[in-house]
Write a protein that binds this ligand. Structure first.
Ligand SMILES: [Zn+2]
Ligand SMILES: [Zn+2]
Length: 359
């Protein structure tokens, strides 16, 4: 098999490796498409510390090629979307309707899945490793779906779309007629905007310094575009909302400053949601008196609070009925060898989502 591997430096190594024989609960998936997500970049540059070597990619869709003797959830030939947090179905969180917090993640993360030429044995990022033509993972990391949609769109449901749409619909539970601010309009931010539109928000403020992202946000449902480069973004939002602020403010970058900004943008009694992944050791400073007096809610959000075994098909259905536009989120279909260029394009804000569709 071919795979793009993190070897300890930001430049991934695309190479031939040998798959390790799968176990009885494992499944082998022929990858049809894999989205290039910012978390892959974070893993490659140390923002998210992971052991090397590791097959990156955690946003993928494909077809089941082989299933172990104890596998019950999928069978050969099934169409699946990979879930970067497994949903084991048995842990405390899965049993309490919070499979996005499933404890099995720590276990699958370190299972070796391939052997390299130098004898080292990389695991798959988050138990997946979709930057490859083939992936071996635990059955808990897969969700069977039924659809005719192309893999390039389905892959996005594995991370960015579910995180963003889920943040709007599941975490925040946006009420129709609400005002919504979204700080950071990359792939996940655009999905938050779409989720807010689906939820019936009356006004959606898209906040991003990159013009392409603001323009794209308009396509997905943003009603007001705010350029932080043209003056303080919070002040601009306050002016647009008559000094009130937004009912919901989403931070989709993962920086302490913009998390504090989202908190400031939420109105009194409103809700700020942290969707972006901050550096693992970062700290956020918030105004103490306002925490009490303004009665705002501050919500963390992992994987859009999604219950993947029902939400993946739910989001597929929203795409099929034209409510959710994933086609416009795919900026470019690329080959596995282009993955390092895709990292650079993402970091310079040139694309919403690059999707690897050929290896
Ligand atoms: Zn991701
Ligand atoms: Zn679980």
């Amino acid at each position: 098999m071919r795979a793009a591997i993190f070897t300890g430096t930001p430049e991934l190594s695309v190479e031939d490796v040998t798959a390790i024989e799968p176990g009885p609960s494992d499944v082998v998936v022929r990858i049809g498409a894999s989205g290039v997500c910012h978390s892959d970049v974070s893993a490659s540059n140390g923002t998210l510390p992971i052991p090397a070597p590791c097959i990156l990619g955690h946003e993928g869709a494909g077809i089941v090629e082989w299933a172990g003797s104890e596998v019950t959830r999928v069978k050969v030939g099934d169409q699946v979307i990979a879930s970067f947090v497994p949903a084991c179905g048995n842990c405390f969180y899965c049993l309490h309707g919070q499979s996005n917090l499933c404890t099995m993640g720590g276990e699958v993360m370190f299972t070796p899945r391939a052997t390299r030429g130098d004898g080292s044995t990389p695991a798959g990022f988050t138990g997946l490793g979709t930057f490859a033509d083939q992936m071996t993972c635990n059955q808990a990391s897969l969700v069977k779906i039924e659809t005719d949609l192309p893999d390039a769109q389905l892959a996005l449901i594995g991370c960015g779309v579910t995180t963003g749409v889920g943040a709007a619909l599941n975490t925040a539970k946006i009420v129709p007629g609400s005002t919504v601010a979204v700080i950071g309009c990359g792939g996940v931010g655009q999905a938050v905007i779409q989720g807010a539109r689906i939820a019936g928000a009356s006004r959606i403020f898209a906040i991003d310094p990159v013009e392409l992202k603001r323009k794209t946000a308009e396509v997905f449902g943003a009603t007001d575009l705010i350029d932080p480069g043209a003056g303080d973004a919070t002040a601009q939002l306050m002016e647009l909302t008559g000094g009130i602020g937004a009912d919901y403010a989403f931070e989709v970058i993962g920086l302490p400053e913009t998390i504090a900004q989202a908190y400031a943008m939420a109105r009194r009694g409103g809700t700020a949601v942290v969707v972006g992944m901050p550096k693992w050791d970062s700290q956020v400073t918030l105004p103490g008196f306002q925490l009490f007096y303004d009665e705002k809610k501050l919500l963390g959000c992992v994987y859009g609070s999604a219950q993947v075994r029902s939400d993946f098909q739910r989001f597929v259905d929203l795409v099929e009925t034209g409510r959710l536009d994933l086609g416009s989120m795919v900026s470019a279909e690329i080959g596995l060898d282009d993955v390092n260029d895709a990292f650079r394009a993402m970091q310079s804000g040139e694309v919403i989502r690059s999707v690897i569709t050929h290896v």
